[in-house]
Ligand binder design. Structure first.
Ligand SMILES: Cc1ncc(COP(=O)(O)O)c(C=O)c1O
Length: 297
């Protein structure tokens, strides 16, 4: 079965799907995107992803291509046409097509592309869901809280990880602080046993999985601090794990070749993996409504 994409109002075979060469997403990276996990035929954390998409568009003054209800209907239709039970749906909105000029065009309509693909079901066993990480310098721009398609530094970082045989590249800023992974939020249980993740500002993406996990922890009375780690604190951590729509809750058992803790998933990652699994399965489906992106600025 050939894959079906949605491109500006039409469902087309993906091999024929194309955008204009003067689309500003292609010319300037002038666009934003979202990735939502599809689990058991349902979207996970839809409200959070749609809220973040709206925020990204607002921050860049790109018009919304359609209201959320209509967008959700198109997302569902793409998933249905591609017969996805487990996988992801990808949506991208660019400022649209205009004669090439850096300044915003006056009359371009936003362009919307949606694709979907099959993927593995969420992991059931955390011990088979571990990975390793390397550290690399964070060379990104100053507004990575906006989920733009400008991902070249993230691609360079992920490539470094791949070349080192690692799953993720953890980014370290110029001051020696951990920001996030190249496509994930970073969490750690520090040497004192405190669960920490960096606060939200313009220098990390406000992860939807991060927001959902925080809501789950608050509901379960699990303590954590929104306080970033230095590179040295990361190296001394008892546990390191990542969250993202596609990484779920993923323990990193080695950092730059050295074992993290005893080199196996720690108790905090186990607990959150369990909570998030139940959430993704729908048992706590509404909990992410509690979460918000307040505090990003
Ligand atoms: C840079 C970055 N940080 C964090 C995340 C995690 O975000 P989410 O949990 O919404 O997938 C992503 C996901 O793509 C990302 O690209």
């Amino acid at each position: 079965m050939s894959r079906i994409a949605y491109v500006n109002g039409r469902y087309v075979p993906q091999r024929d799907a194309a955008v204009n060469v003067e689309d500003r997403g292609y010319q300037f990276g002038d666009g934003v995107y979202e990735v939502i996990h599809v689990h058991d035929g349902r979207f996970v954390d839809t409200d959070l992803h749609l809220a973040r998409l709206a925020r990204s568009l607002r921050e860049l003054a790109i018009a919304r291509p359609m209201e959320d209800a209509a967008l959700l209907a198109v997302l569902r239709e793409v998933v249905r046409r591609n017969r996805i039970r487990e996988g992801i749906v990808y949506m991208q909105v660019s400022r649209g097509v205009a004669r090439r000029d850096h300044a915003f065009p006056r009359d371009a309509a936003p362009a919307l592309v949606i694709t979907a693909r099959h993927g593995a079901a969420f992991p059931r066993d955390i011990d088979a869901w571990t990975g390793t990480a390397v550290t690399v310098p964070d060379i990104r721009w100053g507004r990575v809280d906006i989920k733009t398609v400008n991902l070249l530094p993230n691609c360079l970082a992920k490539q470094k990880a791949r070349e080192a045989g690692a799953y993720e590249a953890i980014l370290i800023d110029r001051d020696g602080n951990v920001t996030e992974g190249s496509s994930t939020t970073v969490w750690a249980v520090d040497a004192e046993g405190v669960l920490r993740t960096r606060h939200l500002d313009h220098h990390i993406l406000p992860g939807c999985t991060r927001a959902a996990v925080i809501a789950l922890m608050e509901a379960a009375g699990i303590r954590f601090e929104e306080r970033g780690l230095t590179e040295a604190e990361l190296r001394a951590a008892r546990e390191i794990f990542l969250t993202s729509a596609t990484s779920y809750v993923k323990p990193m058992v080695r950092l730059d070749g050295a074992a993290v803790g005893d080199g196996t998933p720690g108790p905090v990652a186990r607990r959150l993996f369990e909570l998030f699994s139940r959430h993704a399965d729908g048992a706590a489906h509404n909990v992410s409504r509690l979460a918000s992106f307040s505090g990003i600025g």
